[in-house]
Write a new protein. Sequence first.
Length: 499
Amino acid sequence: MKLEFRGVTKRFGSFTANDKIDLTVEPGEIHSLLGENGAGKSTLMNVLFGLLDPDEGEILLDGEPVAFDGPGDAMAAGIGMVHQHFMLIPVFTVAENVMLGHEPTRGGGLLDLDAARSMVREISARFGFNLDPDAKVEDLPVGAQQRVEIVKALARDVQVLVLDEPTAVLTPQETDELMNIMRQLAQAGTSIIFITHKLREVKAVADKITVMRLGKVVGEGSNQDSTSRLAELMVGRSVELTTAKQQANPGEVKLQVSNLTLVSQQGVALLDNVSFDIRAGEVLAVAGVQGNGQTELTETLIGLRHGAKGSVTLDGTEMLGKTVKELIDMGIGYVPEDRSSDGVIGNFTVAENLMLNRSWGEPFVKAGSLQLGYRERFANEAIAEFDIRTQGPNAKVSSLSGGNQQKVIIARELLSDTQLFIASQPTRGVDVGSIEFIHERIIGLRDAGLPVLIVSTELDEVLNLADRIAVMYQGKIVGIVPADTPRTTLGEMMAGASA
């Protein structure tokens, strides 16, 4: 099936999310839609899927204009979508999830679960998915859950398959398996729209690449184009994709984590005897698929989670049991993984957000009075030093792009008297240009002799920043390895193999 967008425009008030988008996806083509968060990719797919009506333009399937009133119409027309966050019911089996909403029946209107099982087996055999139709989804690894989503789409005879950031929760090996599946589907005639921001994956699998920026199509390419050219199209200027850094020269141990254990109210070990240390002038990066204890680790270190056993010391001072304020006063800088919920207050100004970690004393507060002049000078200097794109210190943080909100957080934490820097997903949802800047600042901290802990699900980021890599799986550290460890080895460790 050939899919065409002709002049598709979608506005939200005065904001234009999609601006006269022209895009053609040929039958059997893997077409990558490449762009940063906020580029308009998801809005365009919501228009395709019938969730939004275009203000201008039209969508054509095999040359015929179509208009969908909802996802049901889109699926009936042969369009399927695998969302970044899977739409599966964990306690249902694979077959039950696949049949949901399109339940086969037999005499008397009874559900025909055998037909659903047969369908799962047939599609699995065709593409080598190796799925047991009677396995509960909650018992499957993430890569297998994603294959269930693909089987759901194929069971409805999908001819155009949209994959929205499909590798966000996969190990490198699972990513390779997904790309093989994509190639098989394309060879069988399925058109694939592959939405991503990961240049490595685009170059590995895409037949054609369309780059979007700020709601517009700004260029087209192929997997023969260099990553630097594609990055330049995404950002609008040339960027360095790897951070230049000198060999680390670690000093004495600063942070010591020993047998850190955290158990949930249900008795599940969220952290299982986690032990590591970080030296002065060293970046330790924690790698792993999301949901393997990384969030619990960083939140325990900064005092947001309570009840952990073990020991965490900074320069010999015990951190466990202290409040967040006490830990901040010890000099711990912290970048949370969810900036909108935990990092900034959207209705506060840039200046107010920049003082959040020191709003209780000098130099921002003296004798109970807020020092407005100092705060404005401080904010202006931070805006200049960290290249925060804003209308000024009194602009609300909610008016800034995701990348600039992240810069506000980074600036706030680094302009304190930092003794330990912890950053969880430091560049999630951040444009390539801001990633370059943030990585340079992190390496600058390391070179200044600070201990740095980075947690990231982006393996490229881990390899770019780390001096050593700790890999987490199901709440345990399965090994701590050098930064030059092969990606395949790291991928195996992320799936639970020991170092």
